[in-house]
Design a protein around this ligand. Structure first.
Ligand SMILES: C[S@@+](CC[C@H](N)C(=O)[O-])C[C@H]1O[C@@H](n2cnc3c(N)ncnc32)[C@H](O)[C@@H]1O
Length: 248
């Protein structure tokens, strides 16, 4: 009898957790939203399912790439819901911007402009920041619209997989890829990013490596089959992947 009580005591919290997660998922009717998909992933992980593709890139810390743990950054506030770029990730991205002092930044996926704003606050006065989103510019970037740093920001509209990158090729130093998270899109965006940097030195960062199957799949495929992506690394404690380009 005691055994039954112990088993029930162990089972009940797990059962209630699953019930809560499934209930909020169904009630929310938001299966297409990133937050809901992350919930499914968390639940699957909790129940013991492994993703098909496991992130295997070597881990690194941001100060091994550039900067130092003592570096100071400016922080522009934004929402940080589950699935958004986290404050820790924003701090790391900002610290890398401070270190590399890029002249041109290109972001794939603007949303409310949380990352864009922080790129603007941490870059030099001459830096240009292009941010591309499939959505209308008026609906994007609410976080930087009222900030004086917005003068450095140039909003672009289009689907990144069809966008004409010709005017920006061979001119970008710092890239953040965080648009559509499907394998196909991340694969294509990553190829475009390499062309944006061209012959110069640059850095590419991706969000949601290890957290989104499409991102992980695309980056694992590129890392294992394309020599240009062989040195891709996974930033410790985050879902950021990074690659130094032409870093001979
Ligand atoms: C995760 S949010 C970007 C968050 C932002 N980078 C940040 O950290 O604050 C993804 C954005 O990518 C945009 N997006 C989705 N598919 C896209 C595509 N094919 N081309 C361009 N933008 C796309 C969405 O409209 C959404 O605003």
């Amino acid at each position: 009898m005691d055994g039954v009580v112990v088993t029930t005591k162990r089972f009940l919290p797990k059962f209630l957790f699953c019930l809560w997660e499934c209930g909020t998922l169904l009630l929310g009717r938001v299966l297409l939203k990133k937050e809901a998909r992350l919930k499914v992933a968390r639940l699957a992980h909790f129940l013991g399912f492994q993703p098909d593709v496991i992130p295997r890139a070597e881990k690194t810390d941001y100060w091994e790439i550039g900067g130092s743990p003592e570096s100071q950054i400016a922080l522009g506030f934004g929402s940080s819901k589950i699935g958004d770029t986290s404050f820790q990730e924003i701090a790391i991205l900002s610290s890398l911007v401070r270190h590399f002092q890029p002249k041109t930044i290109f972001e794939f996926g603007t949303a409310n402009g949380f990352a864009t704003l922080n790129f603007a606050l941490n870059s030099g006065a001459e830096t240009k920041i292009y941010t591309l989103d499939i959505g209308r510019p008026d609906d994007m970037g609410s976080l930087f619209k009222k900030n004086s740093a917005r003068e450095k920001i140039i909003q672009l509209q289009g689907d990144s997989t069809f966008f004409d990158f010709t005017p920006y090729k061979n001119s970008v130093d710092f890239i953040f890829i965080d648009a559509n998270h499907s394998r196909k899109n991340v694969y294509t965006d990553s190829q475009s990013a390499i062309q944006l940097i061209g012959d110069r030195k640059g850095i590419i960062l991706w969000h949601d490596y290890s957290a989104w199957e499409g991102v992980t799949e695309a980056l694992e495929e590129l890392r294992q089959t394309d020599d240009r992506f062989r040195k891709l690394r996974w930033m410790n404690g985050t879902t950021l992947a990074c690659l130094m380009v032409n870093d001979r």
